[in-house]
Design a protein around this ligand. Structure first.
Ligand code: DHB
Length: 391
């Protein structure tokens, strides 16, 4: 079959790109390795920065987010004996919304289905071909086992860290940067009302802990654990006890309410950037080009920002006969990628303990400065609530 843009990956980046292109009358086909059920149920981050919400509003996909999501003015930053609120609205005039990536994906899938978008789920053996030519194509085996070929003008790699797009950029061209952190997160979902109105990021000598949420009745919490931790070795009681200690249960009358744990997993922490984000007819967006550690909740927001730059660049290329925005896509997108890579690294290394007593004192000094100085707090607020699209 033939299309204008072959999109590999039916997660939020690929779906959003297809949606934005379709609004410009540009045809696309989406090829996704997983099943639709899997894509719609996988648990991911839950914080939308200001510009992500603005974009979803602009394209008519903000209705459920505003009805069911929750606007947060800021976060709590804490260390033993002290909890400070950082108010993003006061500092930079922007807020964030708690609305799960899973929900964003559901809204996008529904919009694509209403539009009659072609999405191939459970595609295997997906491969990109001839990206150095003006006749690139994608091959895959569909869910019924039939070989398929999609001829396109360009290919968008929105297929995450493990998809084929990242590796399709020739070794002679690509540069990669990587940082593997010496700790992981044990994340739980629990059927219990959040014990806090806004997210708590906690530094503790035992390790980082965070209290997030998905709704009025579902809490999402994380604990720093050593790499290689087997999730089954932690009992529910041990998880809640560690969360209570690190989050300061009993401090100033604050209590952590435990509840039934419905999901648990261990998340490794890594920073990764691959450049360029365009090679020939292949354009990378989201995790296909970069990975951030989860601290700071930038992964989804960065993918959205990539796509917000890529869609008009492809529109200019395919409709306006103007190749310039496509030519500068990689450089433009990478400015924000490196900003978010730095912010995620900074939040991660400020909040996780590594056992080094000197580092701990620097972390506590940095936390105190961020929490108590307007200049420090404004820097965190500006990055967390998100720089404007196009920064
Ligand atoms: C969540 C994850 C994050 O990494 C973060 O910084 C904030 C929230 C979450 O899953 O809710």
């Amino acid at each position: 079959m033939r299309t204008e843009v072959a999109i590999i990956g039916g997660g939020p980046a690929g779906l959003l790109l297809s949606h934005l292109l379709s609004a410009e009358g540009i045809d696309s086909v989406i090829i996704e390795a997983r099943s639709q059920e899997y894509v719609l149920s996988r648990i991911r981050a839950g914080i939308l920065e200001h510009s992500t919400v603005e974009l979803l509003d602009q394209i008519g996909l903000g209705r459920r987010l505003h009805a069911e999501g929750h606007e947060h003015r800021g976060i709590y930053l804490q260390w033993p004996e002290e909890r400070h609120h950082i108010d993003f609205v006061d500092h930079v005039g922007r807020s964030v919304w708690v609305y799960g990536q899973t929900e964003v994906t559901k809204d996008l899938v529904a919009a694509r289905e209403r539009d009659g978008q072609e999405i191939y789920y459970e595609a295997s053996d997906t491969a990109v071909h001839d990206i150095d030519s003006d006749a690139p194509y994608v091959t895959f085996t569909d869910s019924a086992g039939r070989p398929q070929r999609v001829d396109a003008v360009v290919i968008a790699g929105c297929d995450g860290s493990f998809g084929p797009s990242r590796a399709a950029v020739p070794d002679a061209v690509r540069h990669t940067w990587e940082r593997v952190y010496p700790y992981s997160w044990l994340g739980i979902l629990a059927d219990v009302a959040p014990s806090t109105d806004e997210l708590i990021y906690a530094w503790h000598p035992d390790g980082f802990a965070m209290h997030s949420m998905r709704s009025d009745t579902v809490s999402r919490l994380y604990l720093q654990v050593p790499n290689g931790t087997d999730v089954t070795t932690w009992s529910d009681d041990q998880i809640w006890d560690s969360l209570a200690t690190r989050l300061g249960h009993g401090q100033d009358g604050w209590t952590l309410n435990p509840g039934p744990i419905t999901d648990r997993s261990v998340l490794p922490m890594r920073s990764y950037v691959q450049t360029p984000m365009r090679h020939g007819a292949l354009f990378l967006a989201g995790d296909a080009a970069h990975t951030v550690p989860p601290t700071g909740a930038k992964g989804l927001n960065l993918a959205v920002a990539d796509v917000a730059a890529l869609a008009p660049a492809l529109t200019a290329l395919l409709r306006g006969n103007n190749p310039k925005p496509a030519a500068s896509y990689s450089d433009v997108a990478l400015r924000r990628v490196w900003r978010c890579t730095h912010f995620s690294w900074w939040m991660t290394t400020m909040l996780h303990t590594s056992g080094d007593p000197f580092d701990e004192q620097l972390q506590l000094s940095q936390l105190r400065w961020v929490a108590t100085s307007d200049a420090g707090a404004a820097g965190l607020a500006e990055n967390y609530a998100g720089l404007p699209i196009g920064f």
